[in-house]
Design a protein around this ligand. Sequence first.
Ligand code: ES4
Ligand code: ZN
Length: 351
Amino acid sequence: HTIQTFLRALPKCEHHLHIEGSLSPDLLFDLAARNKIQLPSANDDPAFASPETLLERYEHFSSLDDFLHYYYIGMSVLLHESDFHALAYAYLRRAHHDGVMHAEMFFDPQAHTERGIDLDTVVRGLRAGCAAAESEFGISTQLIMCFLRHLPATSAHETLKAARAAIEDDGSITGIGLDSSEKPFPPQLFESVYAEAQGLQAAATAGMASNGSGRLRLTAHAGEEADPSYIRQAVDLLGVERIDHGIRLAEDESLLKRIAETKTMLTVCPLSNVRLQCVKSVAELPLRKFLDAGVRFSLNSDDPAYFGGYILDNYYAVQDAFKLSVEEWERVATAGIEGSWCNQARKAEML
Ligand code: ES4
Ligand code: ZN
């Protein structure tokens, strides 16, 4: 198994990980009991009979929306700063074990503020978990705040306003993203939100996780279930420098060329795409086409507790399907480091 040893040792960066999607059924049931959160009864949904039946249900998602139903119920057990701290720390310990050197973590502030949890509680808890993992494992971390596209843009504007101090003063939020139900919520609905975000300065913090650019970084989920027009809109109307998923880019040759030329990185999540039935198998992903066209991509776990694997499992699945050469793997690793949102000094340590 020299290839597995090689893949574990490869300097990996994770760019597409929803921290709420790292909540395992065991921890979910644990926290529900401790925080006195009523989960759906087994009568309403037999999947909630036990952690085991819930995990089994996760093997049969029919779509992104089918998954999101469970994802939002799951995160309802997160109440306290200590819950967010524990979640971030546990994920980073696991990521470190998989050979991740730098992790950029998405979180969904509106999914918490909508149920009465303060943004500060969420951010302080996540940052504390990140700080503990940075000092214990030498991993570097950043937080990316995602807007829920099924909510109106006004709600995203309010969230951006509430996060202003975390972005501009203490630098605890590096970038913004756009997630949740993709269709029928095209990127253009959030043009004004991204325009406002572009005007924000990101605080220059002293730590390893400091943002390399001094600006708030921009990304968006696009082309996961929806057609390439969503990717085009994200680039042209939102001004993103990265596309999350982006697998349907392969259907638009002219856009594919542009994405390659501008070095816009796709954050691809192979096991997620299979579990959500975006593709029938990992082999069906257009990774060979991306490599040949010079489209940069990283490989990521998305929601590892729901999709049956962490980042290294995603690397193994790609190797099984595509048999990449050592040179190609090194190209993937280098693209991931260069496409990261940490500063140049940290990138140099990883290269
Ligand atoms: C997500 Cl896979 C995926 N797509 C869109 N939004 C999400 N939130 C969490 N996982
Ligand atoms: Zn995602």
